[in-house]
Write a protein that binds this ligand. Structure first.
Ligand SMILES: [Ca+2]
Ligand SMILES: [Ca+2]
Length: 307
């Protein structure tokens, strides 16, 4: 073995190596040659999934209230459950939607009006209360569920109640899962003048509250609270997944539309006249703005019964 005396050229090379920037293992993986150090990626853009839907007004796994019929129109126009009879209380309904891109289990979620949200001194529900707890039931992305008051109503199909969900979604109500509270007293109903509908999670935490009229009382800690306009001739409904609440008749000629909701997650199911129908591109692939394959197949909307 002989002693190695470095040449000047070797010393220069060593000095050059020492002056190179130190690359992290990640940077070396991204740039194995190490020729030039890569720029650090902006943290906010790392692993950000592509958006699939507008941000929901409520966090997963909360459903969103999209329509309430609290003042049932008089005469045949008030027959929201389409059993041929207008029931002043029974035809009231609350519609919710799954605004997220994955299924929701509705088990244990509750809907209450003001009286149903409060307890009497004995702890028993107050008289006249509206109260409903969902049974086990999976709600697909974009799918709706409708809870009718149900007092005195008849049904031509299987509808769910607090004990069980119906066997299948309802074609009559636009693919919604339909429930009835089966109220036993006509006065167990939503006040036409001032009341609220509160959606609470299975741990009884208040999530979404919609109030109307000059209703007193307050629910602490509710995530989303909204004031609904007065609507004596029809329902109030949401204008799209993130839109405001408005009287139904302001947006179309119908007084209400239980189960039908204009929802981009359920593209094609509600909108009667899309501006541009999805068509296949020449390469046979769906256009970029077509519903993703992850979107559930929802039955086409039937022609709603005339109100
Ligand atoms: Ca009816
Ligand atoms: Ca009412």
């Amino acid at each position: 073995m002989r002693n190695h005396t470095p040449h000047v050229a070797e010393l220069v090379a060593l000095a050059l190596i020492a002056s190179l920037p130190v690359l992290s293992p990640l940077a070396r993986a991204q740039n194995p040659s190490g020729d030039t150090p890569p720029k650090a990626p902006a943290p906010s853009k790392v692993n950000k999934p592509a958006p699939t839907a507008p941000a929901a007004l409520v966090p997963f796994p909360a459903p969103l209230i999209t329509e309430i019929l609290y003042a049932v129109p008089t005469g045949a126009d008030g027959d929201a459950n389409a059993d041929g009879v207008r029931q002043v209380s029974g035809d009231e309904f609350i519609e919710i939607v799954n605004p997220h891109n994955k299924p929701i289990d509705l088990r244990g979620w509750t809907i209450t009006d003001k009286r149903g949200s409060e307890k009497s001194k004995s702890g028993a529900p107050r008289s006249g209360a509206v109260r409903f707890t969902f049974p086990p039931c999976m709600l697909k992305p974009g799918q709706t569920a409708v809870v009718f008051n149900g007092y005195g109503c008849t049904w031509g199909e299987d509808v769910g109640d607090e004990k069980r969900a119906p066997a299948k979604a309802s074609a009559k109500f636009g693919g919604a899962i339909v429930f009835t509270i089966k109220n036993l007293y006509e006065r167990s109903s939503l006040s036409n003048s001032a009341d609220w509908v509160l959606l609470s999670d299975p741990q009884a935490r208040p999530v979404h509250l919609i109030r109307w009229g000059n209703v007193d009382g307050k629910v602490e800690g509710v995530l989303l609270e909204e004031a609904a306009p007065s609507a004596m001739n029809g329902s109030i409904q949401r204008a799209g997944l993130t839109g405001p609440l408005e009287p139904h008749r302001d947006s179309d000629s119908l007084r209400f539309s239980p189960g039908l909701f204009d929802n981009p997650l359920a593209a094609g199911y509600r909108r009667p006249a899309p501006v541009r129908a999805p068509t296949l591109a020449p390469d046979g692939k769906p256009p970029a703005d077509a519903p993703s394959k992850d979107a559930p197949a929802i039955e086409p909307s039937p022609t709603p019964d005339p109100p």
